[in-house]
Design a protein around this ligand. Structure first.
Ligand code: HEC
Length: 132
């Protein structure tokens, strides 16, 4: 009984990965479309997010360069990457991305990303945030 449980716990992350069909996450194939759909309206040239902290997400170099305060991605560690933390809802509501606190919802801004999309971003960072 105990052994079965331990085996299940060991296997579940593997099964989860397989179930999602997740191999290597690709920047151009997976991440860029997410950015285009959810971020670029504000983090493109002259967007409000680009103006506020100069975070320009138009290409890989911009995404990795980060804000005026420095990088927001630590390759290999989603939990050290503020880009992941703000999108996964692990920060104060005021700084979540895309903005979806009560105030911004009232302004007609969208809800947070889907769990699957957030997981894709997390995996991409954990796999080294590659330009692939
Ligand atoms: C409605 C406009 C808007 C959208 C859409 C948006 N952002 Fe932002 N973003 C901002 C603004 C404005 C700031 C600056 C906030 C500040 O400095 O207080 C910002 C800041 C950030 C920061 C820096 C946070 C920090 O304090 O270090 C990150 C990372 C970020 N955005 C990522 C994203 C990602 C990823 C997406 C898409 C999933 C996204 N944003 C979508 C407006 C937006």
């Amino acid at each position: 009984m105990k052994t079965t449980l331990r085996l299940l716990l060991l296997l579940s992350p593997v099964m989860l990965l397989n179930a999602c069909g997740q191999g290597d996450v690709s920047f151009s194939g997976d991440i860029q479309p997410i950015i285009a759909k959810n971020c670029i309206s504000c983090h493109g040239e002259a967007g409000e997010g680009a103006m506020a902290n100069a975070y320009l997400m138009t290409d890989y170099n911009g995404v990795m360069k980060g804000t005026t305060y420095g990088p927001v991605i630590v390759s290999g560690s989603r939990m050290s990457s503020s880009l992941y933390l703000v999108t996964a809802g692990k920060t104060a509501p005021q700084i979540r991305m895309p903005p979806h606190n009560d105030e911004s919802l009232a302004e007609g801004r969208g809800p947070m990303l889907s769990a699957a999309t957030i997981e894709t971003i997390g995996l991409w960072i954990d796999q080294g945030a590659k330009n692939n």
